[in-house]
Design a protein around this ligand. Structure first.
Ligand SMILES: Nc1ncnc2c1ncn2[C@@H]1O[C@H](COP(=O)(O)OP(=O)(O)OP(=O)(O)O)[C@@H](O)[C@H]1O
Length: 289
């Protein structure tokens, strides 16, 4: 199985933040959700892939090609959706579309018209007068109209109402039916991932915590709820994150087999939700600062 994106030991430093030695393969033909709390580094990671910022160290391959040396070829195959607008604010939707379309050899105007109607995009409205959700819809219509092999989307669902949010996720699932297409999107929202993601890449404080098939996460982690008397210093070390109150605790263990062996008869063992995995991982990393 080949990788549509491959980050190889990529480091990017800012004054107070670092994406540290990131090696991240994104699988071709699947939907990967990039998730992490505010400030985890999701947008920076996406900008690195898009060649909008440059790594201090490491290599980035898109479709097996270097994303800087082969920039034009690579970019023509990517549909990029972000709420940071790269459009001319004073142009209308129609004018902007006419400027963008010729850049893409695979542009299909019938497809664009179909999405323009579906998304109720007002052709005569200026870009600056579009709502945040409308801008995202416009970006998405463009991305879906030039036959992109890879959609990269930075929080595409964040400005959308719940109805369109759901419709959009369905649309993305349909898009991926074409076996060679791939999607990477960042989100804060675990329900987006529950609905459509095949793979989940979780980033926290500039590091990749995991990049795994959604199904296999449940086999790896264990959520344990029990009485405080079960916790001693050694046992505490097994927990990625732990929440305690007067009598009891609830916590996440990353080695499911070991956790089950110890807690099976004395505590409640459950398969964690994605949200619980995120919550305890972030909580645990804060506790260790
Ligand atoms: N140009 C820059 N110069 C300095 N620091 C930056 C720059 N761009 C981003 N950062 C810092 O890098 C960190 C990661 O930011 P980034 O936008 O990648 O996170 P994110 O996961 O997308 O967050 P959010 O979910 O809030 O959008 C933040 O602490 C941010 O302040």
């Amino acid at each position: 199985m080949s990788n549509v994106i491959e980050l190889d030991h990529v480091t990017k430093r800012y004054d107070r933040f670092e994406l540290r030695d990131i090696s991240l393969p994104i699988k071709e033909g699947y939907i990967t959700g990039l998730i992490g709390p505010n400030g985890a580094g999701k947008t920076s990671l996406i900008k690195l892939m898009m060649g909008l910022i440059y790594p201090d160290q490491g290599n980035i391959l898109m479709f097996g090609q270097n994303n800087q040396q082969d920039q034009a070829v690579v970019k023509a195959r990517i549909g990029y959706v972000s709420d940071e607008s790269f459009y001319y604010e004073n142009m209308t939707v129609k004018q902007m579309k006419s400027i963008i379309a010729p850049f893409y050899p695979g542009w299909n105007n019938d497809t664009y018209v179909k999405f323009q109607e579906l998304f109720k995009l007002p052709p005569g409205k200026k870009i600056k007068d579009l709502s945040k959700g409308m801008k995202i819809k416009f970006s998405l219509a463009i991305a879906l109209s030039h036959g992109a092999d890879l959609l990269i989307m930075d929080e595409p669902t964040s400005g959308l109402d719940p109805i369109f949010r759901r419709e959009m996720l369905e649309l993305l699932s349909e898009h991926i039916q074409d076996e060679k297409k791939s999607i990477l999107f960042s989100t804060h929202n675990t329900t987006d991932l529950d609905r459509i993601a095949d793979y989940i890449a979780f980033i926290n404080e500039g590091r990749i915590i995991f990049n795994e098939m959604k199904e296999s996460l449940g086999e790896r982690y264990l959520l344990v709820k029990g009485g405080k008397e079960l916790l001693d210093r050694d046992v505490r070390r097994w927990f990625v994150g732990l929440r305690e109150n007067g009598l009891g605790f609830e916590g996440l263990i990353s080695n499911r087999a070991e956790g089950e062996r110890y807690f099976r008869d004395t505590a409640v063992c459950e398969m964690p939700t994605l949200e619980e995995i995120m919550y305890y991982t972030v909580k645990g990393s804060e506790a260790h600062v």
